[in-house]
Design a protein around this ligand. Structure first.
Ligand code: COS
Length: 380
């Protein structure tokens, strides 16, 4: 397993595992084909609180630690990384509020996720058509007008964009100040001027919803600003530091599933008079896959150990995200190779693992950006 969890944490992970296997697994194939999120199954997950585990108890959540949240995401991603992504992206929207919001803002935002005010879905709106890796290159603006801000711009590739009842939106409040002129706002979906743009038809994680979100003269009260003006970029970076180990946990779910599928197949497939699992060529592949999975999980735990010890952990988070994302892709490729022609067929689940794994090297900072962060740290 890897994570050393207390009894409560173990209980939550077991609950998530049972839920993923009994409720998510049966609908994965059909939803993957259609590219449709299973809204009713997501609702069940939300009713169990799986999307908002980290909300502190005083705001109606369970205040679950990130080791447990990571283990939950791994269990969900083992069954379907798109489902895990839909759940985790709500947590991504929540993080800047928990990191930079006032108690009132935390309470307000949490109410959207716990269902007393919104529908449980949240989203994080940073990326724009011309601002992906270069997160500071966004064009969305927020202009102060009396005791309101007026937001204009277009965000893209927003996970849960079309489903969320609340967003955290990053916008320029002072262009002359570069990264120090970016601010973060809570924006409700039902504000006039908020609309959903293009929906992506994706290669993988097809149970998740990804859309453009458009802000056209959207007015929010000044108290929707998170922290102070100009603190948005740092808040985005701190959010991503915390979110990257969680993406890594999803990637490890895929990597582990690849091991499990490959072992099961290799035990029953016979060539040259014996199960292929007895051939050293296959054993070495399985050993490498297991090493990547174990080492990946350890890298997540290492990043979280740094976080909970109050130490800098940007580099450790980037290591975990990058290593686990690469491992998910590598393990999925090897699982396909072990299954041979069957691995390439949609009849077996491993081709989907590769489609789902690929995004783990792209979203929440490409693995090239993770290497920029890592290299920046070791050469500083
Ligand atoms: N924590 C705290 N502060 C941070 C930080 C972090 N992890 N990373 C950067 N900063 C601070 C820097 O210290 C700097 O502050 P000062 O100006 O006071 O020195 C400021 O933020 C700007 O940093 P930098 O100059 O490094 O910013 P860049 O524009 O060069 O961008 C990267 C840095 C590439 C790391 C950033 O753009 C990034 O993470 N890009 C990927 C975005 C991403 O992950 N998108 C995914 C979509 S959202 S799901």
């Amino acid at each position: 397993m890897g994570y050393i969890l207390n009894e409560e944490g173990q209980g939550i992970v077991e609950l998530a595992r049972d839920f993923a296997q009994n409720r998510v697994a049966p609908i994965v194939k059909e939803c993957d084909l259609k590219g449709e999120p299973p809204l009713d199954v997501f609702k069940e997950a939300f009713d169990m609180g799986l999307h908002a585990l980290e909300i502190p108890e005083e705001y109606g959540g369970s205040g679950t630690d990130y080791y447990t949240v990571g283990a939950v995401y791994e269990e969900l991603a083992k069954v379907d990384a798109g489902f895990a992504t839909g759940v985790a992206a709500t947590g991504l929207g929540l993080k800047p509020v928990l990191l930079g919001g006032t108690p009132e803002q935390k309470k307000y935002f949490a109410e959207f996720l716990t269902g007393s005010r919104g529908n449980g879905w949240g989203a994080f709106c940073l990326t724009e058509p011309d601002a992906g890796s270069d997160a500071a290159a966004g064009r969305t603006v927020a202009v102060k007008d009396g005791d309101e801000y007026v937001i204009n711009g277009r965000k893209c590739f927003i996970t849960n964009g079309g489903l969320a009842s609340v967003y955290v939106v990053f916008a320029i409040t002072d262009k002359s100040k570069g990264t120090k002129g970016i601010s973060a706002f809570i924006v409700e979906r039902d504000r006039p001027g908020v609309s959903i743009g293009k929906e992506e038809d994706k290669m993988g994680i097809r149970l998740s919803n990804t859309t453009d979100v458009v802000f056209d003269d959207v007015r929010v009260p000044a108290d929707h600003l998170l922290g102070q003006e100009g603190k948005g970029f740092i808040l985005a970076m701190k959010t991503l530091d915390l979110a990257r180990p969680m993406v890594a946990a999803m990637a490890i779910g895929i990597a582990q599933r690849a091991v499990d599928e490959a072992v099961a197949y290799a035990k029953q497939r016979v060539t040259f008079g014996k199960p292929i699992v007895k051939h050293q060529a296959i054993q070495f592949k399985l050993a490498d896959m297991e090493m990547r999975t174990e080492a990946g999980r350890a890298s997540i735990i290492n990043a979280l150990n740094h976080y909970y010890a109050g130490l800098p952990f940007s580099k450790e988070a980037a290591v975990a995200k990058c290593f686990c994302g690469d491992s998910a892709v590598q393990n999925a490729l090897e699982a396909i190779q072990i299954l041979g022609g069957y691995g390439y067929s949609r009849e077996y689940p491993v081709e989907k693992l590769l489609r789902d794994a690929k995004i783990m090297q792209i979203y929440e900072g490409t693995n090239e950006i993770q290497r920029v962060v890592i290299a920046g740290s070791v050469t500083a």
